[in-house]
Design a binder for this molecule. Sequence first.
Ligand SMILES: C[S@@+](CC[C@H](N)C(=O)[O-])C[C@H]1O[C@@H](n2cnc3c(N)ncnc32)[C@H](O)[C@@H]1O
Length: 208
Amino acid sequence: MSSYEKPDYWSLRARKEGYPARSVYKLKEMDERFGLLRPVPGGVLRVLDLGAAPGSWSLYVLRQGAARNSVKLELTAADILPLSRQYDRGLFEGERFRFVRGDITLPEIRKPLLERGPFNLIISDAAPATTGNRGVDTQRSLELAETVLDYAENLAGGGSLVLKIFQGGDTAPVLRRIREYFKNGKSFKPQACRPESFETYYVGIQKL
Ligand SMILES: C[S@@+](CC[C@H](N)C(=O)[O-])C[C@H]1O[C@@H](n2cnc3c(N)ncnc32)[C@H](O)[C@@H]1O
């Protein structure tokens, strides 16, 4: 049985804590490390979650907003696939949340998403369906990362970005673009990434 089939520590913990996917712990670690969900003084923290299904990252953001009284937030999320309603307990029906179902590379999806901005934080766990051909998969991941960076052009000054990327292709232009847009740009591999996975995350802090 590969580690993709076997429920591991992170999957079991996600189930116990009411999240549909183990990926929530990757966002949690990045939030704790980089302070992503910072209150906007006197305003609302506007967050965009790209590639959001089944919805763990969105649930984490909404729950953190509810738990930390000081953080007023509004979340917009998008995915080709629907969100899981198994654990949300009505959070996905609240007025602070909007889900747009569709392909984030398409202008007709981009428009309603950007109307909810400008955003203070964009988080993207979007990843292409893998084919098993590493060259094809990394190229598709690079294209998706460039799409996410097009959204990042609409971040408010001081905003932050997290995007997922598959390692192995020419990722340097993506990191270069992040370093152009942000005061700090770095790559970060959370502990909850499966050891054999070739994914990593790029983080941009403080949009210029
Ligand atoms: C790893 S999953 C995201 C998991 C999510 N962060 C969570 O915690 O539940 C990656 C998602 O990216 C989505 N995705 C990939 N390409 C996309 C695209 N072009 N437009 C919208 N969503 C996309 C997939 O449908 C998939 O649901």
